[in-house]
Design a protein around this ligand. Structure first.
Ligand code: UD1
Ligand code: MG
Length: 460
């Protein structure tokens, strides 16, 4: 169930800031958290609220942001030409929404990656129940120094930034999360926010004072846990966020029956799913949209990205798997490289120093050692000898290799594509196959061995 009024929820995500405190040429919101750009995290939380429209406010970093993120919900972009502060950014974010007649605008920060949909929902409900024009989501910080303080007094409430705070105000630990709910009708208030002299920026936080002065209902709601509001402004903050995220993610998997050798030494994107009785060794990276089945084992130093590992599969040490599927009970590695668009069939084996690229291996295929299989289809039961290479590239174009069921490929074979080997055929070791091989044939293409008795003794 969504919050009241979620039929007309509009989201504005601020992501145009320069992020100077990161000391990096990469825009702050693109810094990765468990391999995923920070900005994608709040977008996943917003997706759960099913907003009508979502606007991402970008700045000079706009192009880079568009190219780097994979938004989980439809987003529109608004450009804030110059970074004149958060209020100015909100205004830029409202522009593409045009003249809204009713609804709530939820403003969030792109640098608060751990925020949860649950907390946002509670906040929106409180906002709607109170009938506020503007609401601010606050939390209690152990160390409030990098947040705006919520200063309450005489029925009035203000947000005071660290820079502008008196020593007394600096002791306040209730702080601004950067999340606001704004009813559509008081939005014109935004225009009235004055240029903040000290920082030379328009502070979005002045919205509260402006709304109050205009006699609108303003409220501050304290919801959620401090951890989820961690604002990432520096690399130190990013590391803290990563630590919190890792702990939460591992705890969730342990709860569901996943085993870890050392939970402090795994890197798992929070969207990854893992089945019960799967064992994960240290220094394993499970990134992007990856799904690992039940009863699998992932040995040390494996990096698996955007892939599906089906039940009981084993990924051995130092293996890289990208955008591919590993079938049930299959074994991959050690030291295998499975490049995008590969599919390894049920019970198949891909051994050490084998590279696959756009390779489809049927059930029970064995490619145990030192091979390159690219743009290839191998039907069930094929045995690939050590050192087999598909020569898929002629210097200009890629060509396919198609191998029928139960084919036996001798060691050190080169398959010069395009080429087809019919089912049940045999290829002698050391062959260079340049023409199609019919089913059940034997193909050998090497010069017959010459043996000269006593030759070596004479030479000495
Ligand atoms: C801001 C709040 C602070 C709050 C904290 C919570 C203001 C003035 N301060 O401080 O009260 O406690 O967040 O994390 O709002 N941005 C733009 N355009 C700009 C400036 C910023 O889009 O011109 C974006 C940034 O990319 C960022 C967000 O707005 O995502 C907040 O900006 P940031 O500079 O991080 O503000 P804080 O100092 O963290
Ligand atoms: Mg910030």
């Amino acid at each position: 169930m969504g919050p009241p009024g979620d039929r007309s929820l509009f989201c504005v995500v601020l992501a145009a800031g320069l992020g100077t405190r990161m000391k990096s040429s990469l825009p702050k919101v693109l810094h990765p958290l468990m391999g995923r750009p920070m900005l994608e995290y709040p977008l996943h939380a917003l997706k759960a609220l099913r907003p009508k429209r979502t606007v991402l406010v970008v700045g000079v970093n706009g192009r880079a942001v568009r190219e780097a993120i994979r938004p989980p919900l439809p987003v529109e972009y608004a450009t804030q030409g110059r970074q004149l502060g958060t209020a100015h950014a909100v205004r830029a974010g409202l522009e593409p929404l045009g003249a809204l007649r009713a609804g709530t605008v939820l403003v969030t920060n792109g640098d608060t990656p751990l925020i949860t949909a649950g907390t946002l929902r509670k906040f929106l409900s409180a906002h709607a129940r109170a009938g506020n024009a503007v609401s601010v989501l606050s939390f209690t910080a152990r160390d409030p120094s990098s947040y705006g303080r919520i200063v309450r007094g005489g029925g009035d409430v203000r947000i005071v930034e660290q820079k502008d705070a008196t020593p007394k105000e600096r002791n306040i630990r209730e702080v601004n999360s950067g999340v606001y709910a704004i009813e559509v009708h008081p939005l014109p208030f935004l225009e009235k926010i004055k240029h903040n002299r000290k920082k030379g920026e328009y502070y979005r936080t002045d919205l509260v004072s402006v709304a109050l002065r205009a006699g609108a209902r303003v409220g501050v709601f304290r919801r959620g846990e401090e951890e989820e509001f961690l604002g990432v402004n520096s690399r130190k903050d990013l590391l803290r966020a990563q630590g919190v995220l890792r702990e939460k993610t591992v705890a969730r998997h342990v709860e569901k029956g996943v085993a870890f050798m050392d939970p402090g030494a795994v890197y798992i994107d929070p969207l990854v799913s893992i089945g019960s009785d799967t064992l994960i060794y240290p220094n394993v990276y499970l990134m992007g949209d990856t799904r690992v089945g039940r009863g699998c084992t992932v040995y040390p130093n494996a990096r698996i990205t955007d892939s599906v590992i089906r039940d009981r599969a084993v990924v051995k040490d130092s293996t890289v798997i990208e955008k591919s599927v590993v079938g049930a009970g299959a074994q991959v590695g050690p030291f295998a490289h499975v490049r995008p668009e590969s599919r390894i069939g049920e019970g198949a084996r891909v051994g050490n120093f084998v590279e696959l690229k756009k390779a489809v291996l049927g059930k029970g295929v064995k490619a145990g050692h030192l091979s390159y299989l690219g743009d290839a289809v191998l039907s069930p039961g094929v045995n690939v000898g050590a050192g087999t290479i598909t020569c898929n590239y002629d210097g200009r174009k890629k060509h396919p290799t198609v191998i029928g069921a139960e084919v036996f490929i001798g060691s050190d074979t080169q398959l010069v594509a395009p080429v087809r080997v019919g089912k049940g055929a045999y290829i002698g070791a050391g062959s260079t196959i340049t023409r199609d091989v019919p089913p059940f044939a034997l193909a050998v293409s090497r010069t017959a061995q010459k043996t000269i008795p006593g030759w070596a003794r004479k030479k000495r």
